[in-house]
Design a protein. Structure first.
Length: 341
């Protein structure tokens, strides 16, 4: 009988203690959720404000003309022109997702890589000379223009003496693969050609440009002005790895003007990304060259940071309350047993 009474009292005390603990936990949960909601609202507000500022900035650009020396983003769609049969026309260049779908080798998995081309107006090595020349003549931002070129102005006329015979043995040695019609061949002179025919150990290779002899049409639009030193650094780096705009914003840039030294801290996530693509060294070499050539920096340093993974948080309060609750229950049991005996 005494044992039964003890169990009843113990159950009552345990229930009361659990209720208090639950109430305390509920309050903490409510506070935590409220704090998270406030933080979420702050982030959303910040994003909205940035979007508004960006929209206003681009609206102002609509009234401006592109100048020589401007670093800009250019939307380009290039296609062949066939006056006799438009169905034979081929889109060979696209810098936005919509036009990219017309490419013969369109890959939806690489949709984020179809982005505007970076250019410094008046400088070679960025966009086709004919496009750069039209921009230099003076166009407004977001103004669309069509450029039509005859074969001689584009990729040249087809020349018969650029179709040569190459031995299959030489092809295997240079390309490390079996020759086949349509395969690409690059010789020791650095020329690139296409295999037209393969028979009896001899190949017929066309060293003309694949688009030689064809009329070309470009549709162009200058869609942004890249201003500010940090933005231009990111722009030049993005040129070496299209589709990386989001992560480029995480790069920490420190520019020591007096010593002409630029230090770029790469986020750990990006370091892993370029390591997997096996292009990390080429990316850094290419980006360094661009920055030195076009932004006048003498030395470029890339800093890779490898942070130790954070240790999972332990809810000490919960653990303490749990232990405290058990100690309290034990004391109550002892007390009740003593009273009943």
């Amino acid at each position: 009988m005494a044992e039964t009474e003890t169990k009843k009292v113990t159950k009552k005390v345990t229930k009361k203690t659990s209720k208090k603990a639950t109430k305390k936990t509920t309050k903490k949960t409510i506070k935590k959720v409220a704090k998270e909601e406030i933080s979420k609202v702050d982030v959303e507000t910040e994003v909205d404000n940035k979007a508004k500022e960006e929209a206003q900035r681009k609206k102002k650009l609509e009234t401006k003309k592109v100048k020589i020396g401007d670093m800009v983003s250019v939307d380009i769609r290039g296609k062949t022109v066939d006056d006799e049969d438009p169905k034979k026309e081929i889109v060979f260049q696209a810098s936005n997702p919509d036009d990219a779908q017309m490419l013969p080798n369109y890959d939806p998995k690489k949709i984020d890589q179809y982005v505007p081309d970076l250019a410094i107006v008046g400088k070679e090595g960025f966009i086709t000379d004919s496009i750069d020349a039209v921009i230099q003549e003076g166009i407004k931002f977001f103004e669309e223009k069509i450029i039509k070129l005859e074969p001689a102005e584009a990729f040249g006329e087809r020349v018969g003496n650029k179709i040569e015979k190459v031995s299959a043995k030489q092809f295997k040695k240079d390309m490390n693969e079996e020759p086949r019609p349509g395969a690409t061949y690059k010789d020791k002179k650095g020329r690139t050609g296409t295999v037209l025919r393969a028979a009896q150990g001899r190949l017929l290779v066309d060293f003309n440009h694949p688009l030689a002899g064809r009329k070309i049409e470009y549709k162009i639009k200058v869609v942004d002005l890249i201003d500010g030193f940090d933005n231009q650094v990111r722009g030049l780096m993005g040129r070496r790895m299209p589709g990386s705009d989001t992560i480029l914003k995480e790069f920490k840039i420190k520019h020591n003007k007096s010593e002409s030294v630029l230090e770029i801290e790469l986020p750990q996530m990006f370091v892993y990304q370029i390591a997997q693509q096996q292009g990390g060294l080429y990316f850094k070499m290419g980006a360094s060259f661009d920055i030195q050539e076009h932004l006048g920096v003498e030395t470029v340093k890339f800093v890779e940071v490898y942070a130790k993974p954070p240790v999972p948080e332990v809810n000490h309060e919960h653990s303490h309350d749990h232990e405290h609750k058990h100690d309290h229950e034990k004391e109550e049991e002892k007390k009740q047993k003593k009273e009943l005996t």
